[in-house]
Design a protein around this ligand. Structure first.
Ligand SMILES: NC(=O)c1ccc[n+]([C@@H]2O[C@H](COP(=O)([O-])OP(=O)(O)OC[C@H]3O[C@@H](n4cnc5c(N)ncnc54)[C@H](OP(=O)(O)O)[C@@H]3O)[C@@H](O)[C@H]2O)c1
Length: 330
């Protein structure tokens, strides 16, 4: 495992973190808690010390599972969770990063996680109905109190981060980033680098596309987000799968690796990436982890990867569909 640091804190996160969105079950076709607990333990065994979760993942369920898994491990684990999304019981989600909501969410998260502090606490999405000053001052107060050990923002633009940082220390930024979703490289990641923020980038495998295990026959079930994710709809799905096949061929020819190793190494060799968040919910899915540390993706290969994606995916699309609607409360 490789490790990094979060400037302004004592935290030393592993460069691969386990994401628990799918462990929550909601939007992922259901949950299997036993498999999830075994996955988290497998992650610890592999040297991962970052667990990224959020209240919204399974509407509290992911945090509850993480809380159970943390027993006996709490002091060795860097727990990241979030605030700022509100769910209404009918599948509707809205943004709410008001101070009152943040305090209420932190109390609920601490209860579910069975702990009395959070290592990295993030605002999940910017909320344009709440003054940034209010959100940031609430986070700053929690940091000062010791209930949270680092402050982060997710899905924020550089302008929003700049505004936030007028009122609170900022340590971590969490944008989407993977071989197919590179928009953060244009603005968010350069901002993070120049302001010494640790980037916890999400969707390392582009929601499983870069695992190399999908085919055009792959079927998703129930409320699985990939039934609506535009990347997984034809003809685009085929285009992405063709790109994955070529990336897999390169990984095999050059390194004796597979596309999943390439996708992880590509992130780890990006100077802007601190921690790559990899979502897994079955222990065997973490099997490839050891293969991500003994080779390098240099600038030439990065360029080749861009060429492959450009050639195979004529109509690329980002993760914008993930954005929850702006706050709906009056
Ligand atoms: N801040 C935000 O707004 C935000 C947004 C999204 C994600 N995140 C965080 O980032 C984490 C990672 O992102 P992500 O969950 O979107 O996606 P990801 O890491 O791109 O993909 C996760 C999915 O890929 C599949 N997978 C993983 N390893 C595999 C393997 N070895 N073989 C085959 N399939 C494999 C699994 O799906 P199946 O089990 O269905 O096969 C898994 O649930 C999340 O869990 C969450 O903590 C944050």
């Amino acid at each position: 495992m490789e490790f990094t640091s979060i400037v302004g804190t004592q935290l030393r996160p592993s460069r691969i973190g386990l994401g628990t969105w799918a462990i929550g079950g909601l939007e992922w076709g259901g949950h299997d808690d036993e498999a999830a607990l075994a996955t988290i333990r497998r992650a610890f065994d592999a040297g991962i010390n970052v667990i990224d979760t959020a209240p919204i993942y399974g509407e509290g369920h992911a945090e509850e599972v993480v809380g159970k898994a943390l027993k006996g491990w709490r002091d060795r684990v860097m727990l990241a969770t979030k605030a700022g999304l509100e769910w209404h019981g009918n599948g509707e989600v809205s943004r709410n990063a008001s101070a009152a909501r943040i305090y209420k969410e932190l109390d609920a998260s601490l209860r579910r996680l069975q702990t009395d502090y959070v290592d990295v606490y993030l605002v999940h999405w910017p909320d344009d109905r709440t003054p940034m000053e209010e959100t940031a001052l609430a986070m700053a107060g929690l940091f000062k109190s010791g209930k949270i050990r680092a402050i982060g923002v997710s899905n924020f633009s550089p302008a929003q981060m700049q505004e936030f940082a007028r009122y609170a220390p900022l340590h971590v930024v969490q944008p989407p980033y993977n071989i197919f979703e590179t928009a953060a490289a244009r603005d968010v990641l350069p901002y993070a680098q120049s302001h010494e923020l640790c980037a916890f980038t999400y969707s390392a495998l582009c929601r499983g596309l870069l695992s190399g295990t999908m085919t055009r026959e792959t079927v998703f079930h129930g409320d699985d987000v990939r039934l609506t994710d535009p990347k997984f709809q034809q003809p685009r799905f085929d285009h992405y799968l063709d790109a994955v096949a070529r990336l897999d061929a390169i990984a095999r020819e050059r390194f004796g690796k597979r596309v999943i190793h390439l996708a992880l190494r590509w992130l780890l060799d990006s100077p802007a990436v601190g921690v790559a968040l990899w979502g897994a919910r079955k222990p065997h899915q973490l099997g490839p982890i050891d293969g991500a540390f003994d080779f390098q993706v240099d600038d030439d290969l990065r360029k080749t990867i861009v060429d492959i994606v450009t050639e195979e995916v004529p109509d690329p699309i980002g993760p914008d569909f993930l954005a929850p609607p702006l706050a709906t409360r009056s």
